[in-house]
Design a protein around this ligand. Structure first.
Ligand code: PMP
Length: 435
């Protein structure tokens, strides 16, 4: 198909709900390592990694060699039979999971991973009531949308009962109008009142992203999760860490984002970067919580031999090549470059994130903090023209999300910073038209 035929077929034969970046959809033909190529052969530096999914580079040789071998040996039998790849991955995950979290349930996406976690929490505690955070994103099923605290991604009519939203730690736009640390982390302490006023007093648990991804890489202060975990546990609930974006070393130095906060979760969910592009969802729990999930459960494709082989290859690679350390070191270098850009460009209100998960919140004025929505759309277009792929997020659509593969080097960051700087200059000069 030609590029135009692909774009037309997208319009004619896909649900209009399928969402694209850019005025003209970018049609990607192939990718290797940190680069993707469009149908005209143009090379782009990919600092978004298919939404934080390309953890070890596009079409990674080692991961793909393992996949090729496995796909020719055994492609699918379903989980009513045991296979070595599923067992080997589960065993490996238990070695790296924090505390007593050691049993896995495999599905195909982050949404399903969270569905499984909520079901397990409800079965284990006997309570239906779940706490979620404002500005969160947990997926696109009716339940996951109901957990989601970002209105853009909640469809009217799809909402389910049994979920209440509590304040997140959005320090740049504090919901209480306070400033950290003199705020005494009021956003976390308010959960006590949320439980008292909006639940029956006993809850199944809380689901939270250590860094809110779709919400715009909102990064809470360390005490936030310690305080909310304590409150939830005191009311009978468990702590579910949604690590769909923050796992596999992305935040630097540690496998899991929640480890940065010194909180021990009862359940961890993940997807995205685990398969480096192959679809896999993971729910991990303590044996007690896992045992609470009553009744037989089948996921036809869950624990698939090919996707679990890919996932184990990704984990082994992150470990052997010390990519968690690289995420910390190269992430710190990236952060320096972003801080420099903030000095130069008044459009950048805040730089935030951890490791190789960094964001820029764009504002019309640093005083009023009015979200720079059109400017963000223009910056996306300018970056594309400069052959750089970055992500967009935040409830207002004014946050640039930066999440390159974990094995990038300083030279890639230099190329990224040059392209982003040029794009910011063009954007300020009005050289690119808005979306
Ligand atoms: N949780 C988080 C934190 C996510 O970022 C996402 C996807 N953006 C999901 C869940 C849902 O994952 P999926 O799209 O694989 O269903």
């Amino acid at each position: 198909m030609t590029k135009d035929e692909i774009v037309l077929a997208n319009q004619d034969f896909l649900f209009p709900a399928v969402f694209h970046y850019y005025k003209e959809p970018l049609v990607i033909a192939r990718a290797k390592d940190q680069f993707v190529y469009d149908t005209d052969g143009n090379q782009y530096l990919d600092f978004f990694g298919g939404i934080l999914t390309i953890s070890v580079g596009h079409c990674n040789d080692r991961v793909n060699a393992a996949v090729h071998q496995q796909i020719d040996r055994l492609e699918h039998v379903s989980t009513v039979f045991a296979t070595e790849p599923q067992a080997a991955l589960a065993k490996r995950l238990a070695e790296i999971a924090p505390g007593n979290v050691r049993q896995s349930f495999f599905t195909n996406s982050g949404t399903e991973a969270n569905e499984t976690a909520i079901l397990a929490a409800r079965c284990y505690t006997g309570s239906a009531e779940i706490i979620a955070l404002r500005h969160s994103y947990h997926g696109r099923s009716a339940l996951a949308m109901s957990l989601t605290g970002t209105s853009t991604w909640r469809l009217a009519g799809a909402m389910q009962p049994g979920i209440v939203h509590t304040a997140n730690a959005y320090c740049y736009r504090c919901p209480f109008g306070l400033t950290y640390p003199s705020c005494n982390v009021q956003c976390a302490r308010d959960l006590e009142d949320v439980i008292r006023s909006s639940t029956h007093g006993r809850v199944a648990g809380i689901i939270a992203e250590p860094i809110q991804g779709v919400g715009g890489f909102i990064t809470p202060p360390r005490e936030y999760f310690q305080i909310v975990a304590e409150i939830v546990r005191r009311h009978g609930g468990i702590f579910i860490s949604d690590e769909v974006q923050t796992a596999w070393g992305r935040t630097g130095g540690k496998w899991w984002g929640i480890e940065q906060y010194g909180v021990q979760p009862d359940v961890i969910t993940s997807a995205k970067g685990l398969g480096n592009g192959l679809p896999i969802g993971l729910t991990m729990a303590t044996p007690e919580v896992a045992a609470g999930l009553r009744g037989a459960s089948i996921s036809t494709f869950g624990g698939n031999p090919v996707t679990t082989t890919a996932a184990k290859a990704v984990i082994d690679l992150v470990d052997e090549q010390n990519l968690m350390a690289n995420a910390a070191e190269t992430g710190a270098y990236l952060r320096e470059k972003l801080d420099e850009l903030r000095e130069k460009h008044p459009l950048i209100g805040e730089v935030r994130g951890m490791g190789l998960m960094q964001a820029l919140e764009l504002v019309r004025s640093r005083t009023t903090k009015e979200p720079a929505v059109e400017e963000t759309a223009r910056l996306m277009e300018a970056a594309r023209a400069n052959r750089l792929l970055i992500g967009k997020g935040g409830m207002f659509g004014n946050v640039i999300r930066i999440s390159p593969p974990l094995n990038i080097r300083q030279a890639d960051v230099d190329a990224f910073a040059r392209a982003l700087d040029a794009s910011l200059v063009q954007c300020a000069a009005g050289d690119v038209s808005p979306r």
